[in-house]
Write a protein of this length. Structure first.
Length: 235
């Protein structure tokens, strides 16, 4: 329970911080909040110290050393490696680097773990899913582009459309996730895709934009179904 709650808090902390290249202030806030989350959920030990140092390094070093274009991938990999380390440390209790939940959390019933997993699923679909989708967009050059007023300058990423797509993606994933987890009503997927296509009907005449919307929607839906199914298996 403690490890799951710590990971949930870590995801929440990442989501609450500005989604920009890392500054010293951002990393300092991340470090303080992460340490507080670890103190509240895990017992102090040598493993606790090693785990928190590794997680902080995974989040800080890539953002300070890598170029901004690698930001989405580095943050995604940082969370994945943090999850793997947390599982490794949690499942080797009794050793010098093992970790364990604090006593109040260890006494909570199993039902609390299931509800916490539902919350974690929603958080992953908000921010972390967006990182993965943007990595795919970057890999296949599918970002929405904005033509420059100067013909000699190359087109740039349309940040307004990019940010709007991010908000729309979060809302559609949450709606699908809540309906699938609570009622297992998969028809909602068709309704959302149809509504999204209707709202952007005129823009679909542009092939690059249509590919951007279609691939983003399908990938977003796939991630939602996968996470929802994992959460349902915990019931």
């Amino acid at each position: 329970m403690g490890a799951l709650l710590f990971f949930t808090l870590l995801v929440m902390i990442r989501w609450g911080l500005p989604d920009k290249p890392a500054s010293v202030r951002r990393l300092a806030v991340l470090a303080v909040l992460t340490l507080l989350a670890a103190l509240a959920t895990l017992q102090l030990s040598a493993g606790w110290v090693l785990l928190t140092l590794c997680i902080l390094a995974l989040h800080a070093l890539p953002e300070r050393l890598l170029a901004a274009r690698h930001l989405n991938l580095s943050r995604l990999l940082a969370l994945l490696m943090s999850a793997l380390l947390l599982i490794l440390f949690y499942y080797i209790p009794g050793t010098a680097i093992g970790i364990a939940s604090t006593e109040p959390l260890a006494a909570l019933p199993d039902l609390a773990t299931k509800y916490l997993a539902m919350v974690l699923g929603g958080l992953l679909l908000a921010n972390e899913a967006n990182y993965l989708i943007r990595v795919v967009f970057q890999r296949f050059h599918l970002e929405p582009m904005q033509a420059s007023s100067d013909q000699n300058e190359p087109a740039t990423i349309d940040q307004q459309e990019y940010n709007a797509g991010r908000i729309i993606g979060i809302l559609e994933r949450w709606i699908i996730y809540l309906v699938v987890v609570t009622a297992q009503y998969y028809t909602i997927i068709a309704l959302i895709i149809a509504a999204k296509g209707f709202a952007r009907f005129r823009q679909m005449d542009e092939r690059p934009f249509a590919e951007y919307v279609l691939i983003g929607t399908l990938l977003s839906t796939l991630l939602t179904i996968v996470i929802a199914e994992v959460v349902l298996r915990l019931h």
